[in-house]
Design a protein around this ligand. Sequence first.
Ligand SMILES: [Zn+2]
Length: 315
Amino acid sequence: MRKEKLVQENLYSLNFYLKNDLISCFVTCSSIPKNTFALVASSMSYMKWFSIVLIVLVQHTYGQESISEFQAKQAVYHIVQYSGLLPNFTVRENEEVTTAIAYIKDKKRYIEYNPAVMESLMDSTKTDWAMISILAHEIAHHLLGHTLAPKLLSPGDELACDRYSGFILQRMGATLDESVAAIQVAGSAQGTKTHPPREARVHAISQGWNESLNQLESKIQGIAPADKIYVLSLRFDGDENLYYVDDASNVLWYNEFAQPILLGKMVEVTLGDYRYEIVWEGQKFYVDRHNKIWNMTTYNVMLKVGKVEILGTEK
Ligand SMILES: [Zn+2]
């Protein structure tokens, strides 16, 4: 019974690997592009080949506690938030993968992880950052375009993803030790054809971690303090961003690190129906009594381009 179940499971995982164009992973075994199986299969007898697949794929620890999909989704969401992106990854449990994998299927980006392996890694490293660093590494395979082209991954690709995981973990508040914890436990000391030795990977993560720290320390002071009082918000048609006007008439936009960027000024005017003038990168906009924003076209025709919302007390 047990044997039958194992065979069934492994046929499933084999199918799974063959169906996906490219799989990028954290550690060696699950980095198996489509052709690898065909190559392996043609070079040895079926039975021998099948038993190798069995050994490679059946490494789960049964009956172990595992992390929930909610925890993994939450971790991916936070990583993506710190990267300044919108979450567009499908995060799923898959007990068939060795640690975690990234791949694209039907133009959708997937990240799959083995819940029991993640849990045991978090146990042995004694830190939740282990899971976050692995997921950050997988997200990097997507962001760096490795999942777009079906080819064997190079050690350089892996180091680039490690560097990214170090960078993001520093931003998220992990110490350097916490950022390298997962690779210290799961990384291969000698390295493999696709994955560099543990030492190099620790170095790449540290590099990213230090880069992030240096960047934060040498950051130019923002132009507005965090506790600004906002009077108005501006919304332009066809632009999803929200812009703010503070009590010193600055027009500001916030980047993904919640830092304000000064875009222009909004000043009171007496000009026919218009109450305010917004000067923004050489362009002029006008705000009427109904809080509509107008812009003059090249044909000298005023066109409604947005609206103003009052947030605080008017000046
Ligand atoms: Zn990888």
